[in-house]
Ligand binder design. Structure first.
Ligand code: HEC
Length: 108
């Protein structure tokens, strides 16, 4: 294998494992009890969220706050009547984990 091919291959592996790790994180933090990637469920789909938030300057900050403190913390609900609860009702999410999840959601 030429080195450029090898680099592309390894790059692909890293991207794949990062995406898989984020999916696992979302499952471990019980995000998937209310969200699906492509379809609306109890909460908006991650794809819809990405479409709405992409390109907004404060998207990351707002999403991280919502992920950690629930949608009331950002003046929500923004999507419907349902609010996303804060961490008292779900597993704790650190600031770093919330950033990882927000970045992953923006790519859906
Ligand atoms: C109990 C159900 C529930 C759980 C668990 C939950 N969510 Fe939510 N989430 C919602 C609902 C409902 C909304 C819509 C709130 C609104 O209208 O603002 C929402 C909104 C969001 C938003 C904000 C969308 C925007 O307007 O910017 C993000 C991001 C998000 N959720 C990510 C997550 C992540 C990541 C997790 C896991 C750590 C998670 N959610 C767990 C129900 C949930």
């Amino acid at each position: 294998m030429k080195s450029i091919e090898l680099a592309a291959f390894l790059g692909g592996l890293v991207l794949c494992s990062a995406a898989a790790a984020s999916t696992e994180l979302a499952q471990a933090k019980q995000c998937m009890q209310c969200h699906k990637v492509k379809e609306a469920f109890a909460g908006p789909s991650f794809h819809e969220i990405a479409q709405a938030r992409k390109g907004q300057r404060d998207a990351m900050t707002k999403m991280v706050v919502t992920i950690r403190r629930g949608s009331n913390a950002t003046g929500g609900p923004h999507w419907g009547a349902a609010t996303m609860p804060d961490m008292k009702e779900r597993p704790e999410v650190s600031q770093a984990e919330a950033r990882t999840l927000a970045k992953w959601i923006l790519k859906q």
